[in-house]
Design a protein around this ligand. Structure first.
Ligand SMILES: Nc1ncnc2c1ncn2[C@@H]1O[C@H](COP(=O)(O)OP(=O)(O)OP(=O)(O)O)[C@@H](O)[C@H]1O
Ligand SMILES: [Mg+2]
Length: 226
């Protein structure tokens, strides 16, 4: 199995007060292979977003070994960590997290500006994504003029601008109606399959969870394969 992400014996606690700790994961193991889709389902508060934050290198306070494409994350320096975080991983959130003052186009290209690529190349990539996601005509508008489904397509395009190896999506359809959710999830799953990108997504919807290659349930502080 081509293990792209491998987390072994993950233990995660949060300090709630000076003498009170919340134990979220214990001996949790996670494997994600290249170009695969993985779903995570589980009750509210079980730690799904916390797990995505750890996988996405936004939270490094945990015990256990984390290998990203063969690199042991625990030991690498800050600049290498930031390079992986910014260039190899994309994030999509439930509430889109678009910057309201920026246009659709500016929101999409923002993560690419840290790279040294030519701005004309970045603009071309963004134009292609705008076309693929059928929001090209909204390019110069502010996000609040768009529907929820359109805003999420902008957020998905933004997550793809740096051509990441993996996208982490936290309840990406949680704020959309069923028809729009169905369209977004089907379109996104097809897109990542066609572009050799891995996708790990959290959902409360069993129907969407079942669409992934690997289906996990977060239960009793651990992941159970379904
Ligand atoms: N920074 C933090 N400090 C202390 N506790 C935290 C922190 N972040 C999360 N928690 C707690 O950890 C638990 C898991 O939170 P998390 O957001 O990962 O759950 P979730 O499974 O994503 O829930 P939901 O389905 O409601 O989004 C919750 O009880 C939460 O209160
Ligand atoms: Mg959550």
């Amino acid at each position: 199995m081509n293990n792209f992400i491998e987390i072994k014996n993950l233990k995660k606690t949060f300090n709630i007060s000076s003498n009170n700790q919340l134990l979220l994961f214990e001996n949790l193991n996670l494997n994600i292979s290249k170009n695969s889709t993985t779903s995570i389902i589980g009750p509210s508060g079980c730690g799904k977003s916390t797990l995505l934050n750890i996988v996405g290198l936004l939270d490094s306070s945990f015990h256990g070994e984390y290998f990203f494409d063969g690199i042991l994350i625990n030991n690498i320096n800050k600049s290498k960590l930031n390079e992986i975080k910014n260039l190899k991983i994309g994030f999509v959130h439930q509430f889109f997290h678009l910057i309201p003052e920026l246009s659709v186009m500016e929101n999409i290209i923002l993560p690419a500006l840290i790279k040294k690529d030519k701005i004309s190349d970045i603009n071309n990539d963004a134009d292609n994504l705008l076309k693929v996601f059928e929001i090209f005509d909204k390019k110069n508008m502010k996000p609040n003029k768009l529907s929820g489904g359109e805003q999420q397509r902008v957020a998905i395009a933004r997550s793809l601008i740096n051509k990441p190896s993996i996208i982490l999506a936290d309840e990406m359809t949680g704020n959309l109606d069923e028809k729009t959710s169905d369209e977004i999830i089907k379109f996104f799953l097809k897109f990542v399959a066609n572009h050799q990108i891995s996708l790990m997504y959290v959902t409360h919807n069993q129907k969407y969870a079942d669409m992934a290659d690997t289906k996990y349930e977060l239960k009793n502080k651990n992941l159970v394969t379904k």
